[in-house]
Design a protein around this ligand. Structure first.
Ligand SMILES: *Cc1c(COP(=O)(O)O)cnc(C)c1O
Length: 427
């Protein structure tokens, strides 16, 4: 059988899996498992590639913090000039903690912002609020008036575009909770323009996540561009168009092996530029997954192997609390052994599962893998996005540690939680 890692971030050197130049077995010994491992060079490279794809147009890449909100990662991106897309006050606080400057490049999205979150963002003087309802518009106008600070705002429109992705992460159709329907936004822009402390500055949309075709993005942005022209003709000073995030990545080995992120970003940029036509606006982009997903893996140790009737189970020390994507979205993640000798080619179908008391606690079902024994290490791939950021303490499991690899250096960027952390807030 063929085992495919994720070069250049993760490769086999002398039959052992490495992150850049660092052997994963060393990391497991030093930091324990389960362990999130990220490649800094890959994150930087992907950010640069994405940013460069848009070089022919005025733009700001606002990395979507919810994909992976680790402070070291945010700091690295801030240093490269990235802006940030936040969806809560907590995410904004993270951005402020790494760089007060970066706050000026923050877009604030989300269907239910509280007054306290809006106040925080007004104080930080963020770039723009993406407003998603009439009530939010009024709340923002009132808070801004109270603080005597002008709030730049865009309405997030719902372009009613179908995109082929998991229903839980599709957001741009009429029946979804997100945004304002296209035919209703005209009135809201008029209402916004009448408020002294609102600066009607943009239009935004975000149609969902893990969308691999570029057509739905182009279709949605085409509708947004029509709206912008109409709004400008009506005297609104629209300078920003926010195309959202959502560009997908290949999770399947065969697709990952031949993937060319530069070509993909180029095609995406081209489609968006065409959709904008001659509009002169500043384009905002909110990629999350596309920047960080392939740059992370989850290292885990086999606790138990067992045979139940015809089924063979490999029980590892990571679980759905560490990585919920398979349980939540039926997501596919490639799993590869830490040690791999291409000469030993035998494989068997196994279920790779965690120790949590739920049948949904699995990482792979009937997956062909080389024989694994207790104590072996495995790596679950493409977990840099929506891995650690959705992790929980379910089953009173302590959250994993995170390590950032940069060339030959390995820096722990989050400690493993302790029993004390687990109970700290309870009486
Ligand atoms: C989640 C989200 C993103 C990022 O989506 P990715 O698929 O990770 O690129 C961008 N914008 C908004 C408003 C989001 O909710």
């Amino acid at each position: 059988m063929k085992i495919i890692a994720r070069p250049p971030a993760f490769t086999y050197i002398k039959n052992h899996l490495h992150a850049d130049r660092v052997p994963l077995s060393h990391l497991a010994e030093k930091h324990g498992t389960p362990l999130y491992v990220y490649s800094a060079s890959t994150i930087r490279e992907r950010f640069r590639t994405f940013d460069t794809a848009f070089k022919r147009i005025h733009h700001t890449v606002c990395y979507s913090v919810k994909a992976n909100s680790n402070l070291s990662l945010l700091k690295m991106l801030a240093k490269m000039g990235s802006g940030f897309d936040v969806v809560s006050g907590g995410e904004l606080e993270r951005v402020l903690a790494v760089s007060r400057q970066a706050a000026r490049k923050v877009v604030f999205s989300g269907v239910g912002k509280t007054a306290a979150e809006i106040d925080l963002a007004l104080k930080a003087d963020i770039l723009i609020f993406n407003v998603e309802s009439e009530s939010e518009l009024d709340l923002l106008a009132n808070r801004a008036a109270k603080m005597k600070r002008k709030a730049r705002m865009a309405l997030r429109v719902n372009p009613d575009v179908f995109a082929d992705t998991h229903p839980y992460i599709s957001t741009g159709m009429r029946e979804h909770k997100f945004g304002v329907p296209l035919h209703e936004v005209g009135d809201l822009y008029t209402r916004a323009a009448a408020r002294k402390y609102l600066d009607v500055a943009g239009v935004s949309c975000h149609i969902g996540s893990q969308i691999t075709a570029v057509d739905p993005f182009a279709k949605a942005l085409g509708r947004v561009a029509d709206l912008v022209r109409a709004l400008q003709a009506n005297g609104h000073n629209i300078r920003y168009v926010d195309a959202g995030g959502g560009l997908g990545i290949p999770y399947k080995d065969e697709e990952a092996e031949t993937a060319d992120f530069s070509a993909k970003s180029g095609a995406y940029a081209e489609a968006l530029r065409n959709a904008l036509g001659k509009l002169s606006v500043h384009l905002l982009l909110e990629p999350g997954r596309a920047i960080v997903a392939p740059a992370g893996l989850l290292l885990s140790r086999v606790l138990v192997t067992k045979q139940n009737g015809k089924k063979r189970f490999v029980i590892v020390d990571a679980a759905m609390n560490d990585l919920i994507r398979p349980a939540l979205y039926s997501a596919y993640h490639s799993i590869i052994p830490e040690q791999w000798n291409p000469m030993q080619s035998s494989a068997q179908p196994v279920d790779v599962v965690g120790p949590i008391c739920e049948t949904g606690d699995f990482f792979a079902r009937d997956r062909e893998l080389p024989a694994l024994k207790e104590g072996d290490l495995v790596a679950i791939l493409d977990v840099g996005a929506y891995g650690m950021s959705i992790s929980s303490n379910y089953n009173s499991r302590m959250k994993a540690a995170e390590v950032m690899i940069d060339g030959s250096s390995a820096k722990q960027v989050r400690k493993r939680e302790t029993v004390k952390d687990l109970m700290r807030l309870e009486s």
